[in-house]
Ligand binder design. Sequence first.
Ligand code: PLP
Length: 384
Amino acid sequence: MIINNSLDEVKKRENALSIIKDIVETRGRSSLFDLTGLSGGFIASPSELSLLETYVGPAIFEDALQEVGIEHMGGEKIIPLNRTSSGILATILTLVNEGSNVVHYLAQLPAHPSIPRSCKLVGANYSETDDFNEFSIPDNTSLVVITGSTMDHKVIDEDEFKQVIEMAHERDIPVMVDDASGARLRTVIFNQEKACDLGADIAITSTDKLMPGPRGGLMAGRKDLIDEIKVKVNQFGLEAQPPAVLAMLNGIKNFSEDNLIDSFVRKEELFDLLNANFDNFQKTPTGVMISPEGLSREIDIEHGLSDNDLAFVFSFILLRDYGIITIPPVSMPGASATIRFDLSTADAFKLKLNDLNKKIESSFKKLQEVVSNEDECREIVFSF
Ligand SMILES: *Cc1c(COP(=O)(O)O)cnc(C)c1O
């Protein structure tokens, strides 16, 4: 095994960032292709930047974000957060008591790790399911969680979404929606309603997923709950700082539905190209992906690596040899090791799909060459 624990994940991330830095310094930013779908960005004018003072910044930009954020998310009030995970933590700290139950329905396991981790922190009993028929709300439940679109971009069925909200509200239990990518994916590609319009009490999105914003979280929902949660957010320093708030504001304003819709079409072409050589790629709404298990099935050489290790080695080869950034090399501990090629962000439009297909193919050949040599694989992941 190459990646065994969170420390290993932090170390592989440091290595990935060194590789990215080296590519930028030696070949320039244009030699990198960020296909994570989280390429973020920081759109700001000089006059806006000059207002980024500790108290002036929030006075101007948080106020503007209320309006733009509510338009994007629905709900009555907005809180900008450091990350989606921060919003999930703050909501659970506020609404969930020790010993109570938290139940979570999502289209496909696993949930984002911040949800079970936050429940553990407050001593709640957490359970999750992706089988709608199995979903039920036990007595002593303090919070119902719904994920709008999973880390692998599996989108919930809207009828099930509504039914879970109804089940919770019949018993006066608040509903928190983890809509990290879903706030855009569900609404633009699947024509679903905003989570708050479907009745969610709290919804949180990630401002760098499928939009040109910074890493950050944007929470919307019922004013009474938002006010309570905001206390925890401020007490524990989970709020977004003025620079991030400014970039969130401009990120939302510059969000293009057309890019998402174009990628919806382009992914079909990439999928067909890849299928000439692979059997285990799957479509996502805005690109293609291969799971660690799928990748493992593609390999026809003896080796001692875990499925996740294979995904890390493969994604590091894509980064090192072709400057293609996917999530596994740069992710935070506990994130999914599925390799997603998202076609909705700016860099993806600079790549010809034929070329991308060839780069994926030759990186895979390289993976087959090194896979039986664990030391070499370890070096690819950890030491640049
Ligand atoms: C990305 C993601 C998160 C966490 O977002 P951060 O900004 O990294 O905290 C939570 N839930 C889902 C479904 C995600 O895809």
